[in-house]
Design a protein around this ligand. Sequence first.
Ligand code: AMP
Ligand code: MG
Length: 325
Amino acid sequence: MADKPTRQRPQCDLRSAADFILSGGIGGVPTETVYGLAADATNGEAVKKIFAAKGRPFIDPLIVHVCSFEMAESVARFSDKAKRLAEKFWPGPLTMVLPRKEIIGDIVTAGMDTVAVRMPSHPIMRRLIELSGRPIAAPSANPFGYVSPTRAEHVREQLGEKIDFVLDGGECSCGVESTIIGMVSVPPKLLRPGPICAQDLESALGEEIDKSPKKNEAHPQAPGMMKTHYSPKSRLALFDSPSEIPQSFGGQIIFFKRPDLPLKNHYWLSESGDVREAARNLFVLLRALDKISKGALFYCQRVPNIGIGIAVNDRLSRAETKLDK
Ligand code: AMP
Ligand code: MG
């Protein structure tokens, strides 16, 4: 079952973290989506350390985080439509792919002429960007291919040895990675579902967006968009109805909603059946059950395909064990 959010427990003060960033260091930082692994986006050597710490291939571009629209304009070119989305959804969990400016090097964008930009709302991340005065490149702070961290302790557990600092901002309020929209095509394309749903983007833009870009059309090589990603180490199978689980199954089961008469091996994403609560608890539970199951099979129920539930189901289907894996 989901724990209560952890209290804010800063381990490193913001000034020291900003000094690490300015001197080419890397560290774990809270955002409203998931914890990020931060480096000065204008310092190629620092950005390289992110790829090394995560074991992330250089073909997978990073998102650049900014704290003001002025800073956003220093890294990317904004069309009127992109400005409209920035006004409506920033600061917040929306990333826009836009034409890049020279200040951002090839290492950040995997050599592409576009850059992914976001203005986060988490006060600690915003303050870090302000104090360092630099746009900050930050992918999720997990080893490549593993589920994203939503608590500082997840970052310490998995990357603690390889990084310079961790800022603890408590539990992430969204719990899944940002929505990504590609703004360099007509119509704009939804590249990753997230906390801001396609309908909200469409009503802000006043036009339909492409919600299912064809394979190889968005960014073919980006592993964040591959079919298998975010995978736990134990085997995970998904279900819609409990009748799909064999009667003989004795392992761990994650339900969307608290069952009426839960058994010892039952867990749930939400007390009341709220997709936002399910999103907040998703990665915490996948991590916990991955450990408890010790390599064995566990089950997780899909959530209703509405709002952020679409992003939850997207991450679940990437985490599901593929038979050809
Ligand atoms: P993560 O930082 O782990 O949330 O992953 C960021 C994701 O953003 C990458 O896996 C890419 O799919 C996507 N991304 C970053 N930059 C670009 C770009 N210039 N064009 C398309 N997708 C991008
Ligand atoms: Mg990631």
